[in-house]
Design a protein around this ligand. Structure first.
Ligand SMILES: [Zn+2]
Length: 121
């Protein structure tokens, strides 16, 4: 793996590691793992999109309405803690550009109908 040179106080994360930690059931509360999922799957505009029921599966909660409800509770807790932006939900977790930036990947969010052309959220 290559090493980077950063300006200011920026560092780097390895997204596959955060995807792994998002799934790690030893880590609690779940709100932390919501944050890890956001970091692990965020695209260039800081949006991490998930399919129906996908976030509940990532968090190891399972499938179905009850699982989605529990996952939604974890997202709400993460929002309350400021770990993801208020516009986050089960279908997309959003990070501010002050917290996460990336040089590669998509620059749109189908869920929020956002794109880099409309400005970075
Ligand atoms: Zn989004």
């Amino acid at each position: 793996m290559s090493r980077f040179k950063f300006a200011g106080d920026f560092g780097a994360i390895h997204q596959p590691e955060y995807r792994r930690m998002a799934k790690d059931e030893r880590i609690s509360p779940r709100a932390f793992r919501v944050h890890f999922a956001a970091l692990g799957w965020a695209n260039q505009i800081g949006h991490a999109e998930f399919g129906p029921g996908e976030l509940a599966q990532v968090l190891g909660i399972g499938c179905g309405r009850q699982a989605d409800k529990a996952a939604d509770k974890a997202v709400t807790a993460a929002k309350t803690m400021g770990l993801v932006l208020p516009e986050s939900g089960l279908r997309c977790l959003v990070l501010p550009y002050t917290l996460f930036q990336k040089g590669k990947g998509t620059v749109v969010c189908n869920h929020h109908r956002a794109s880099i052309a409309q400005g970075v959220t």
